[in-house]
Design a protein around this ligand. Sequence first.
Ligand code: ZN
Length: 448
Amino acid sequence: MPSVLIKNGTVITMDRARRVVERCDILVEDDRIRAVGDVGASCDGGADRVIDATGCIVIPGLIQTHVHLCQALFRGMSDDMELLDWLRLRTWPLEAAHDEESIYYSALLGIAELLRGGTTCVVDMETVNHTENAFRAIAESGIRAVSGKVMMDWGDDVPEALRETGEHSIVASVELADKWDGAADGRIRYAFAPRFAVSCSDWLLREVGRIAARRGAYIHTHSSENRGEIEIVEAERGARNIIYLDRVGLLGPRTILAHCIHLDQSELDTLKRTGTHVAHCPSVNLKLASGIAPAPEMLDMGINVGLGADGAGGNNNLDQFVEMRLAALIHKPRLGPTVMPALRVLEMATRGGATALGMEDEIGSIEPGKKADIVLLDLRKPHASPGACADPVSRVVYSAHSSDVVMTMVDGQVAYGGGQLTNIDESEVLDRCDEAIVRLARRAGLAR
Ligand SMILES: [Zn+2]
C-alpha cells in the first residue's frame, strides 16, 4: 500500500475540536489518512514518500459547492451584466455553441485552476449537451466532483441547441447517472441538475424530485438569485421560489441550492425544515449585482451553508480563497465585525461542503480514517507575514492567496505539486481553450 508522510507542518485539522497542531505529521496510506500527530519518528524510514511541510500551513482540501466547469471557457466574455441578460445574451448562446472537445478542455481549464488553488472537490453543473466529456476530464484530472448535465425544457430565449423535451432531459440524465455515479474509485458522483425554475417545466421538476428520491441521488439547482427570476416564478407557478421547489418535491438533505439571496422568513423556515443545503457564492452575487445572501442568518438557524465560486463566465475566477475572504467581509457592514469570523468561513469552505454532500465522514477535515484530501500552503511571503503570533486560520482566510498553495492531494494522490499539475498538460489545455473559444464565439455570433 503506497504511503506518504507529510512532515512537520502546522495542521489546521478542522476536526470536531477545531484543533490547530504545530509540528504535526500526517501519514497517508493509499487514499486515506492513517494517522495525525507525531507519527514521523515511528515510520520516517517506512513511508514511500516524505513531503516536508516545515513552515507550511496544512488545511483540509477546499470544497466548492457550486461551480460550472463548462463555463470556464467563457471567462471575460460576459462582464457587467445582470443575471437574466447574462444568461440570454451570453451564457446560453455560448453553451449552445459547445462541442465535445470544447466541453472537455473547458472542464480541464477549470479543474487546473481549482487544483492549483487548493480546491479538491466541487459540485459542478454542466450544460445540456456533451456532459460525458466533462466526466472524462474529471476522471482523468484526479479531482473529486459531483456533477450532472443541466436540465432545461422551458422558457423564452433558449437557443435551439439547448432546447430539450422534459422526457429527453430525464432519459439523458438517468443514462449519465447510471454510467458515472461512483466512477473513478468513487471520486465521481452524479447530481440531477435542473437549471432553475425559470427554465424547467413543472412536470420536469416533479419528475426530478421523484427519480432523485427513488435513487437517493443529489439534486443541484439555482434558486432566488435575482429579483426578476423570482417574479417570473411567482407569476408562472404562483409561489415564491423556495416554497414552489418544496411543493414539487425538490428540497431535502440531498439537495444543494446555489445562491438563495432573496428569501422571506417562510422560505428560510422551509430550508431549515427540509434540511436543504445552500451554496453561498459571494463574488458572483456581487458581480451580477444580484445581492448579498443572508448566509449568517442561515447559519444561525442551523441551515448548512457551503461556499463556491459559481462559473468563471460570471465570477471570473474559481478561487476559493477569494470566496472565503469575501464571505468573511461582505456581511460585516450589515451585521457587525464578529458575524463571520475566519473560522466560521473556513468551516463553510471545508466541513460545510462535506455536510452538503453527506460526506462528513469522508472529507472536510484532517482526521484518521478520512480520505486524504489535503492542501499545503506556503505563507512565508510578505502578504501573509509575520506568522509567528498570528492565528493560522486568520492567515488562511484573510491573507492567503490561491497562489500560496504548493501541494494539492486528492484521494491520496498529489494532483498538484512542485508547480506542476500531475494529470493535466497545462500548456496544451491553454492552447486548446484559446482555439475553442474562438470557434464558440463565432458560432454564437459573439466574435469580436
Ligand atoms: Zn451557477
